[in-house]
Design a protein around this ligand. Structure first.
Ligand code: IDP
Ligand code: MG
Length: 140
């Protein structure tokens, strides 16, 4: 196994309900270390650029509107197989399908307002981390 880093976002539905600490506790219990973190209110241009890969999906405009509806907390998580470990603790995109004990099962409001984003591959993790953080902001 290899130590990896992945990009996490605590989404506006979760910051609105003051769940940052509860979600961070889930990451830490799963063996993930928060090695960078900051709270931001994304601009529309930033949200559209971050989710550009989804630009052709029918939910893209709604997703961008949701992601700029309040503050987010962007984070770098580090640990063994961090990309997959984070996806496991996040749970399925649709909370109705998420396993017991996952963040989305416990906290998500809907398939859109599903509390967290997590990179889906090591390659995308590197791109997404660089979108939000410079090297000196990440302390492993
Ligand atoms: P993921 O976040 O589990 O990787 P993606 O398919 O990458 O899921 O979708 C990105 C985000 O877009 C989701 O987390 C969710 O907020 C939103 N989303 C995905 N599918 C739908 C949908 O069918 N309706 C509304 N929003 C969706
Ligand atoms: Mg995704």
């Amino acid at each position: 196994m290899a130590v990896e880093r992945t990009l996490s976002i605590i989404k506006p539905d979760a910051t609105r309900r003051n769940l940052t600490g509860a979600i961070n506790a889930k990451f830490e219990a799963a063996g993930l270390r928060i090695v960078a973190q900051k709270r931001l209110w994304l601009s529309r241009a930033q949200a559209e650029a971050f989710y550009a890969v989804h630009a052709q999906r029918p939910f893209y405009n709604d997703l961008c509107n949701f992601m700029i509806s309040g503050p987010v907390v962007v984070q770098v998580l580090q640990g063994e197989n961090a990309v997959l470990a984070n996806r496991d603790v996040m749970g399925a995109t649709n909370p109705a399908n998420a396993a017991a004990g996952t963040i989305r099962k416990e906290f998500a409001e809907s398939i859109e307002a599903n509390s967290v984003h997590g990179s889906d591959s090591a390659e995308n993790a590197a791109i997404e981390i660089a979108f939000f953080f410079s090297g000196i902001e990440i302390v492993g």
